[in-house]
Design a protein around this ligand. Structure first.
Ligand SMILES: Cc1ncc(COP(=O)(O)O)c(C=O)c1O
Length: 359
């Protein structure tokens, strides 16, 4: 994989910090997304060309207040993780899926695509400098946040002609400490047909904050989004795709223009098939899930995503009623998936699907 994107002509300027902040990293005490590694990668787009490729100290940006991103939200991002293997190698999990999805988001938001080799080489140089920041504890990793913003100094509502692409990284531990309680959302919508739901566009996340806050005030951790038209069919949950084990089938909503096509989702479906599960990707209604809970055929429900990996769901609220899910035992599918994914990402298990890239 790596050789595919090596390009001799990529010239990245390296500007190292004089004093590392690595002593701020205390393993076992990391909070998701609060502490950032020493360096960041930046690149600028203007007149159809990406230039100023640089790995430089993490720090402030200088931008005019008129930059288009501050007004009309032309901004996209990705989320991926780097892991350290037992012998100290830096490993990435399916990074080319994220690069591809970043460019799908860029296209939808009228932004320029970033060439795979600029993205990958920038990330490689950044991780080479900051590899000490990758925690080695189980369940810990270095979260990678690539993003792009519109930087034209102009107040007209139109696509920007200038952009900044950046990658910052943050050491992280577990996202959810315990199983999550979710509420089925039947009033607000995250995405509608023809909209931007399949893109990792910043505005999608801003729009989801208010309904999620209302649910949190009622004691739930997250929402389960339903289709915008009828609020009948399940879409996804927070920043995760969602899956249900009913009988001995693993059932998940098919990816669509209103949901994000998760890298974890696709990996989990492959692993579940490897484990012998029948997998169904199709429309799944809230009623089907509630009925399965009531008659006892629903065994497990969980979310999948880069940040959380596998988040077990302990309770689903629908139309004012709390439904407790069965206790999960140690040989549950979610536990098997969690340990299998963890082992592949850390290079501890054989990578039969060729998912891991070594930096
Ligand atoms: C809305 C949404 N759905 C699902 C996911 C899960 O995708 P992935 O497994 O690629 O992290 C994410 C996270 O990126 C997300 O933001």
């Amino acid at each position: 994989m790596i050789s595919e994107v090596m390009n001799e002509t990529i010239n990245i300027n390296i500007n190292r910090v004089t004093n590392s902040r690595i002593n701020q990293l205390r393993e076992g005490e990391v909070i998701f997304g609060r502490l950032f590694s020493d360096h960041m990668f930046t690149a600028d787009y203007e007149n159809g060309v990406w230039s100023n490729l640089e790995v430089r100290p993490y720090g402030d940006l200088q931008l005019e207040p008129s930059c288009l991103v501050f007004h009309y939200g032309q901004a996209i991002f990705e989320g991926m993780k780097a892991y350290k293997s037992e012998n100290g190698e830096v490993l990435l999990f399916r990074p080319f899926k994220n690069i591809e999805r970043f460019n799908t988001s860029a296209k939808r938001m009228c932004m320029p695509e970033i060439p795979t080799d600029i993205f990958y080489e920038g990330l490689r140089e950044l991780l080479n400098l900051d590899k000490e920041w990758i925690p080695s504890e189980d369940g810990h990793s270095l979260y990678i946040r690539p993003f792009m913003i519109a930087t034209d100094e102009y107040l007209g509502v139109k696509p920007s002609e200038k952009y900044k692409f950046m990658i910052i990284t943050s050491p992280v531990g577990q996202y959810y400490g315990k199983p999550v309680k979710v509420k089925v959302e039947t009033k607000y919508s995250r995405a509608a047909s023809g909209g931007t739901g399949y893109a990792k566009a910043a505005g999608n996340y801003a729009g989801a904050l208010y309904p999620a806050k209302l649910a949190q005030e009622e004691g739930y951790d997250q929402l389960i989004w339903t289709d915008a038209k009828e609020h009948k069919y399940i879409e996804e949950s927070g920043t995760m795709n969602v899956m249900f084990v009913i009988g001995n089938k693993l059932i998940t909503p098919a990816v669509s223009e209103t949901t994000l096509d998760g890298v974890t989702r696709s990996s989990v479906l492959t692993l579940a098939k490897d484990f012998g599960y029948e997998v169904e990707e199709r429309a799944i209604s809230v009623n089907e899930v509630i009925e399965a809970i009531q008659i006892g055929t629903l065994k497990e429900a969980f979310g999948t995503g880069t940040a959380a990996t596998i988040a077990k769901i302990s309770l689903i609220n629908n139309e004012g009623i709390d439904y407790n899910l069965p206790e999960i035992n140690s040989d549950s599918l979610s536990n098997k998936l969690l340990s299998s994914l963890g082992d592949i990402r850390r290079g501890k298990a054989e990578d039969i699907h060729n998912w891991v890239s070594r930096i």
